[in-house]
Write a protein that binds this ligand. Structure first.
Ligand SMILES: Cc1cc2nc3c(=O)[nH]c(=O)nc-3n(C[C@H](O)[C@H](O)[C@H](O)COP(=O)(O)O)c2cc1C
Length: 213
């Protein structure tokens, strides 16, 4: 009988809030704790990244290099972010930009990803969620479509003193989302491997369509 070794994927968890007691950071931690052993999640910090400036690419600041190395060594990306003014927070957009350059060396392409947004407001960060999805289209990240996660009405009283989620309902949906993401990462990587083994499958070439820039 043939047993296939279980694949373990490194997942970069990017939290869009740089606030110390961020609700989104707590949710990200809970989500990571709920994922199966097939994912090795770690939060990749973005708060120290200098604003992206192409002039610095020849001699990049150390935090850019640290961040780029961490994204490069991941096989999936989980975004958990608040909404700022119906879009993604500036530090998160900056992190996307830093990881996408120098031109032609984007680190995001082909990495399976998912986004969850959380807010004290009832809309649950819907605007930020979909603005991030728009960026992911251009960055060529296969983004999990379902389940969607717009966690609304999130407040400190849904968490215990140690930062874990005390609210049963929130804990359940956060856990389900983490489980679904693990399946998505596995599906994308296994599907790609299958296509690589199948001579009739895709070799990664793109169809000849005009590219928007
Ligand atoms: C600059 C700014 C803009 C905000 N805009 C929105 C918004 O558009 N929609 C929303 O639901 N909450 C908005 N909020 C409230 C945040 O959802 C709330 O502060 C949340 O706790 C931030 O997430 P965090 O706890 O992970 O830091 C905004 C907060 C700030 C500081």
């Amino acid at each position: 009988m043939h047993y296939e070794a279980m694949a373990i994927y490194n997942v970069a968890v990017v939290v869009g809030s740089i606030r110390e007691s961020s609700l989104n950071r707590k949710i990200a931690r809970a989500m990571c704790a709920a994922t199966p052993d097939s994912l090795a999640c770690r939060i990749v910090e973005i708060g120290d990244l200098p604003l992206y400036d192409p002039d610095l690419d020849e001699n990049p600041p150390a935090p850019w290099t640290r961040f780029r190395d961490e994204i490069a060594s991941s096989q999936g990306v989980l975004f958990v972010t608040p909404e700022y003014n119906r879009s993604i927070p500036g530090p998160l957009k900056n992190a996307l930009d830093v990881g996408s350059r120098p031109y032609g060396q984007s680190l995001w392409a082909k990495k399976p990803a998912a986004v969850a947004t959380a807010s004290p407001g009832v809309v649950g960060g819907f605007g930020a969620n979909h603005h991030l999805r728009q960026c992911a289209v251009f960055l060529d990240m296969p983004m999990m479509q379902q389940p969607e996660a717009y966690f609304g009405g999130v407040s400190d009283d849904k968490f215990a003193a140690d930062g874990t989620i005390s609210d049963q309902g929130l804990r359940n949906v956060v856990g389900s989302f983490g489980q679904a993401f693990a399946g998505w990462v596995d599906l994308i990587h296994k599907g790609r491997n299958l296509l690589a083994c199948d001579p009739s499958g895709s070799d990664g070439e793109r169809p000849a369509v005009p590219l928007a820039t």
